[in-house]
Design a binder for this molecule. Structure first.
Ligand SMILES: C[S@@+](CC[C@H](N)C(=O)[O-])C[C@H]1O[C@@H](n2cnc3c(N)ncnc32)[C@H](O)[C@@H]1O
Length: 268
């Protein structure tokens, strides 16, 4: 997992594996989901126009174990998100990896909570999404561009972004949000942060804010609080604490603080 997330730690700087087995998925869900979910909770707390939406429709690219859905559920339970109905559509080509976690998640489905998974390459499915008429009011790219950067060709990523922009510009309504959340690293260092701006530049009528959490695990001598990203002098958000009590999770030592780079895009 360390090699996959931090290419520079892998022998020869190239991890031999990607997300490719259910055991890895279990470790990922236990070790990373408290952090990743917390990062999305912070983002959603800034998406004010979503708080009172009645029918929340979410499109999540590279959804994996759905840490965005965990965050939505957390904020619904705590009364911040007031939706009556939610429809969540997750796209991920790694069916064999996530199927048990998805099976567990689908057990929570009911009349007002619909969850669908599309086990397809997002760079192909986007063609159908663009032609269709289903439109979300929240779109999430949660740690997916950094993964696409490693395993998807540049040509496919560019096609995805162009087609997504066409869909966005023609069909997406006002006050729809996009949350881009990912490892706070540029493309050359195993991240995919540049894709946030590349995508934003293609979108019409969109406004964006960006920033980053203090990284308590930073190993950089020059950036002990993590790399600079976003507005202000260094873009750092005021708080990086997790929203969950992990005192009983010592067996798999989850990350207990947030550390990502984030961009929020809203359609005017
Ligand atoms: C780091 S994981 C992020 C998982 C998730 N978003 C989360 O909440 O933690 C990256 C995910 O993106 C998926 N992925 C990467 N490239 C993809 C593509 N081209 N199409 C569909 N899924 C993709 C991988 O299978 C993996 O599940």
């Amino acid at each position: 997992m360390d090699y996959i997330h931090n290419q520079s730690h892998a022998p020869n700087g190239a991890p031999e594996r990607k997300y490719d087995c259910v055991h890895m998925a279990d470790v990922y869900a236990c070790k990373y989901s408290y952090r990743y979910t917390s990062e999305i909770i912070y983002a959603l707390k800034r998406c004010k126009d979503l708080w009172n939406v009645n029918n929340l429709k979410v499109l999540s690219f590279g959804c994996g174990p759905c840490t965005d859905l965990f965050a939505i559920d957390y904020l619904h339970e705590s009364g911040k998100l007031k939706y009556q109905n939610i429809e969540y559509r997750g796209v991920d080509y790694s069916e064999a990896v996530w199927r048990y976690i998805h099976r567990d998640i689908k057990q929570f489905e009911n009349q007002s909570r619909k969850i669908h998974f599309y086990y397809r390459d997002a760079c192909e499915l986007i063609t159908e999404i663009e032609k269709g008429n289903w439109v979300p009011n929240l779109i999430v790219f949660q740690y997916v561009f950094s993964d696409m950067q490693k395993h998807t060709s540049l040509q496919s990523i560019n096609y995805f972004m162009d087609t997504f922009a066409k869909y966005y510009n023609q069909k997406i309504g006002s006050n729809t949000y996009i949350i881009l959340n990912d490892i706070n690293l540029g493309i050359g260092y195993g991240g995919g942060r540049e894709y946030f701006d590349q995508l934003f530049m293609k979108l019409e009528g969109a406004i964006a804010r960006k920033g980053r959490f203090c990284n308590d695990n930073s190993k950089s001598e020059y950036y002990p609080r993590g790399y600079i990203y976003g507005e202000g002098s260094d873009g750092e958000f005021p708080d990086n604490t997790n929203f969950f009590d992990i005192s009983n999770c010592s067996e798999y030592s989850p990350f207990d603080t947030c550390a990502s780079a984030q961009m929020l895009i809203k359609k005017r």
